[in-house]
Design a protein around this ligand. Structure first.
Ligand SMILES: Cc1cc2nc3c(=O)[nH]c(=O)nc-3n(C[C@H](O)[C@H](O)[C@H](O)COP(=O)(O)OP(=O)(O)OC[C@H]3O[C@@H](n4cnc5c(N)ncnc54)[C@H](O)[C@@H]3O)c2cc1C
Length: 390
């Protein structure tokens, strides 16, 4: 088998890159370790920056997003019971975010790829990378017990944090930057209307809480929990009790409870592997970097990497220039680090850190007080939240 661009991973990064390449007439094959059903049922992020919405539009997959996505002009911060609204639209000259689940983005991309009749090989096992330093890299894998080989011009490693692309590189080729936080987020999804029509991020002495949503009828709630907590130990009732205690009274009263349709714990981590290019292998999305979900940047960063990588590949095939491929790593990383900084800052602003002392507590309170009093501070928060320009 031969293709121009071999993509490892059918997450949002791999599917979006495949869709843009296919529409530009660039041949590509996606290899995915999991089944199609598994990929379609994964529940993760849900807040899209305007840049990602525009990219989905360019990829021809925005019809349902435009119909069903909820455009949000702002969100609220809560701190020890006080609420403060961040007017995203007013503070950024009209920019907004759109609430539309990653599950829906994935479904739209899978359907679009199917309509274009482009190949995705699901349940591709033991994917291995070869000759990434040469001009004709190869992937080997097994499918239904049979060995296969895929040769290509370039490999896009879009296989997430636990993927094989980054893991195939010698340790000396990478510089790793990492911060592991001493807590996780316990998330609950419920088919009940959201407590508030905009997101509420709450800092509280019992820990962080977030009221989010996937649609006007489906709510997503999170509470900060210690890393050693087990999801089986949290009944829906215990979750909602704890959530309400961390929210301002008017928000807590508006929480509509119901049976959870999903409940899971996600650890929080900041992680960047540099650089994003090795010979003919290009890393994109979670394969190269992770942010804590505070700030809603993970999915959006996968999209911005794809924006740069797609432009570079198109330039290679259409304009016979490798300038974009040569600058991909530096350009993508410049934006990645700004989102890393913002996600780290917002995590620090809103979470309870077990090892912190009274001084840290006062700094956190003062940071919040400053936000409630300074339009400049709110503007800095808002411009990062809606997404910095590509
Ligand atoms: C539990 C959880 C909750 C999250 N919540 C949020 C949130 O609320 N807000 C937010 O902004 N972000 C959130 N994120 C982050 C966001 O979902 C990711 O940033 C986003 O999925 C990145 O997309 P990706 O395509 O780079 O990677 P992924 O979505 O991880 O896709 C990688 C794909 O590669 C496949 N793969 C892996 N290894 C191999 C292999 N060896 N061979 C072939 N295929 C392979 C995987 O099966 C997967 O389909 C969350 C992440 C997790 C894990």
């Amino acid at each position: 088998m031969r293709t121009q661009v071999a993509i490892i991973g059918a997450g949002p990064a791999g599917l979006l890159l495949g869709q843009l390449l296919s529409r530009a007439g660039i041949d590509n094959v996606i290899l995915e370790r999991r089944s199609l059903d598994y990929v379609l049922s994964r529940i993760r992020a849900g807040v899209l920056e305007q840049g990602m919405v525009d990219l989905l539009h360019e990829a021809g997959v925005s019809d349902r997003l435009e119909r069903e996505g909820l455009v949000h002009d702002g969100f609220s911060l809560a701190y020890h019971g006080a609420l403060h609204r961040i007017d995203l639209k007013g503070l950024t000259g009209g920019r907004t975010v759109t609430v539309y689940g990653q599950t829906e983005v994935t479904r739209d991309l899978v359907e679009a790829r199917h309509a274009l009749d482009r190949p995705t090989i699901y349940e591709a096992q033991d994917v291995a990378l070869h000759d990434i330093d040469g001009t004709s890299p190869r992937l080997t894998f097994t499918k239904d017990g049979k060995a296969h080989e895929l040769t290509c011009d370039f490999i896009a490693g879009c296989d997430g944090y636990h993927g094989i692309s980054r893991a195939s590189l010698p340790e000396t080729a990478l510089q790793i930057f990492e911060r592991v936080y001493p807590f996780g987020w316990l998330g609950l999804l419920v088919d009940r209307p959201p407590a508030s029509h905009e997101l509420v991020y709450a800092g509280h002495e019992r820990g962080f809480a977030l009221c989010s949503m996937r649609s006007a009828e489906r709510s997503r709630y999170y509470i900060q929990v210690p890393l050693e907590e087990r999801v089986e130990d949290w009944s829906d009732e215990a979750f909602f009790d704890e959530l309400r205690q961390r929210l301002p009274a008017e928000v807590a009263e508006a929480v509509v409870t119901g049976p959870s349709i999903e409940k899971s714990i996600a650890p929080l981590r900041s992680f960047v592997a540099e650089p994003l290019r090795f010979g003919r292998l290009f890393l994109a999305g979670d394969a190269a970097h992770i942010v804590p979900p505070t700030g809603a940047k993970g999915l959006n960063l996968a999209a911005s990497d794809v924006r740069y990588l797609f432009d570079a590949l198109r330039e290679h095939y259409r304009d016979h220039s490798d300038a974009g491929l040569d600058s991909y790593s530096a350009r993508a990383l410049a934006r990645v680090w700004k989102a890393e900084r913002f996600s780290w800052w917002m995590t620090n602003l809103l979470h309870r850190f077990p090892e912190r002392d009274g001084f840290d507590g006062r700094i956190q309170e003062t940071e919040f007080a400053y936000l409630t009093q300074s339009r400049a501070a709110c503007t800095a928060l808002a411009e990062n939240y809606v997404g910095l320009p590509y």
